[in-house]
Unconditional design. Structure first.
Length: 95
């Protein structure tokens, strides 16, 4: 199984799960799933990663997206993603 998801808080407004579920079905990606992970603190991220061994990548939304964008703006760098040895893609600079 290939699990992807969205972290942020709150996530009640998000349409990501429906969008990606339909996209995976349309593209015939039977082994791909998308979940919402409402983290009340970014400090919960390591526990999430540990508890979901099939997790392959995460999208970031508020409030963590705002912090990452501000950090990148101050450093005059573009947000970038990097694959870690565990196979999980993370936003460099946010964690």
């Amino acid at each position: 199984m290939n699990l992807y998801g969205l972290i942020g808080y709150p996530l009640g407004h998000s349409f990501s799960k429906k969008y990606f579920t339909q996209k995976f079905e349309t593209e015939d990606l039977k082994d791909c799933f998308f979940e919402l992970f409402p983290l009340t603190s970014i400090d919960e991220l390591p526990g999430l990663i540990q508890s979901k061994p099939s997790l392959k990548g995460l999208a970031i939304t508020i409030p963590y997206k705002q912090s990452a964008n501000l950090s990148c703006h101050k450093k005059k760098t573009a947000p970038t993603f990097r694959k870690r040895k565990e196979g999980i893609i993370v936003w460099v600079g946010l964690l």
